[in-house]
Design a protein around this ligand. Structure first.
Ligand SMILES: Nc1nc2c(ncn2[C@@H]2O[C@H](COP(=O)(O)OP(=O)(O)OP(=O)(O)O)[C@@H](O)[C@H]2O)c(=O)[nH]1
Ligand SMILES: [Mg+2]
Ligand SMILES: [Zn+2]
Length: 361
């Protein structure tokens, strides 16, 4: 492999430092670079210069996964592939992720699950009808900011409402620092603005609840029915239509990652992401007289003052407080796991020590 980027891979979003990394993987002369499109039961679909292939994991990658489940190749990863004499193909190396969307796994490990990697822009897709749930958008934004990618809110189904722009204004107050776009997959309204998120071969990941209209948006951007879209059921109950995270290269340029609707999105110790999603609350909290102010009864609390004079909406404060509590819980949980691991390592060490330094009889 050489660090020179072919137009095909550049169109798939390959950047210079990732290309360099892949070209420096030991034995890279025999390896082929590619981007993970989809992962399905330990088998990945990877797009390479010469088209799509299916690949399993090499021994090295399996060992890395055993040590850290987050090392599992995921949609959007750049990988180096090896073809074996028996025609098997394995992922031999995974390039460091420029960005990663990570959600806390419910009841899972303390590490969280990587939803997609090397994403430039995250579109939080929200249907304008039924009326958007603002607190849920804030939760998605915290997750998005944490990833390192640029978040935007895409309000879709504009054809179903008459006051799209006033809803967009409401949403914008809950999304400082993020653009809010309005579009319709049905009429094509606003699609050009969404398409411009894909300029310069960018990778755009779509996040949102089931039924929000993510796959419909991909189809509208592509101009062809690439993905399954389910008609909303009569009883109004949502059902998951997309079941897998999938990377799609658009004919007009750029790469989209469609995801299945996320029901619960737990935050993974969303320290920075939460602060970025709530710069208003964070700035106020910094002005409180006491550094450990919990904004309840403390004197000189800038947060309470802003709540009292109405500059900080109560809804927004409560949304922040809830996510803050959740993130603190996740951090504590990760912490106690780390402590347990440290204890185990210590016990192992002492055992080794006792074995190696048995007193002579
Ligand atoms: N009127 C209108 N309906 C839309 C629009 N976009 C999507 N829909 C409808 O909304 C429903 C859900 O759309 P999907 O694209 O499958 O939603 P999704 O977010 O991919 O859902 P999951 O795959 O389950 O996560 C379908 O019935 C679509 O036809 C739109 O712009 N206008
Ligand atoms: Mg879908
Ligand atoms: Zn305070």
């Amino acid at each position: 492999m050489s660090a020179e980027i072919s137009p095909t891979l550049q169109a798939l979003g390959l950047d210079v430092s990732t290309a360099e990394y892949l070209s420096e993987v030991p034995g890279s002369d025999e390896l082929v670079p590619g981007r993970v499109v989809r992962v399905d039961k330990g088998l990945s679909s990877v797009l390479t210069e010469d088209g799509p292939v299916r690949a399993s994991w090499s021994g090295g990658v399996l060992a890395a996964i055993a040590a850290d489940p987050q090392a599992t190749p995921c949609t959007g990863d750049w990988v180096a592939l090896r073809q074996w004499p028996d025609d098997r193909i394995t992922v031999d190396a995974v390039a460091p992720r420029r960005t990663a969307i990570v959600r806390a796994e419910v009841g899972g490990t303390s590490k969280g699950q990587v939803l997609a990697a090397n994403v430039d822009v995250i579109a939080i897709v929200v249907g304008l009808h039924p009326e958007p749930n603002i607190s849920r958008i804030e939760r998605f934004l915290a997750l998005a900011w944490e990833s390192g990618a640029r978040p935007v809110v895409v309000l879709t189904k504009a054809d179903l409402v008459v006051d799209a722009s006033s809803i967009a204004e409401d949403v914008a107050t809950a999304a400082p620092g993020a653009d809010v776009l309005v579009c319709s997959a049905t009429t094509g309204e606003g699609l050009e603005e969404v398409r411009s998120l894909l300029d310069d071969n960018a990778t755009l990941a779509l996040l949102g609840v089931s039924g929000a209209g993510k796959s419909s948006l991909v189809n509208a951007l592509a101009g062809v029915e690439l993905l399954n879209v389910q008609a909303i059921r009569e009883d109004g109950k949502g059902r998951h239509t997309s079941v897998r995270r999938e990377l799609i290269q658009l004919p007009s340029g750029g790469v989209v990652i469609d995801t299945p609707g996320l029901r619960g999105i737990g935050l993974q110790e969303a320290g920075e992401g939460l602060a970025a999603a709530f710069p208003d609350v964070t700035a106020l909290a910094e002005q409180c007289r006491f550094k450990d102010c919990v904004h309840v009864t403390e004197p000189g609390c800038a947060v309470r003052e802003a709540l009292d004079d109405g500059t900080l909406p109560v809804r927004r404060y409560e949304s922040w407080a809830k996510l803050q509590r959740e993130a603190a819980y996740m951090a504590r949980r990760a912490d106690s796991r780390l402590q347990a691991e440290a204890r185990k390592a210590w016990v192992r060490q002492t055992k080794d020590y006792r074995r190696d330094f048995k007193p002579r009889q």
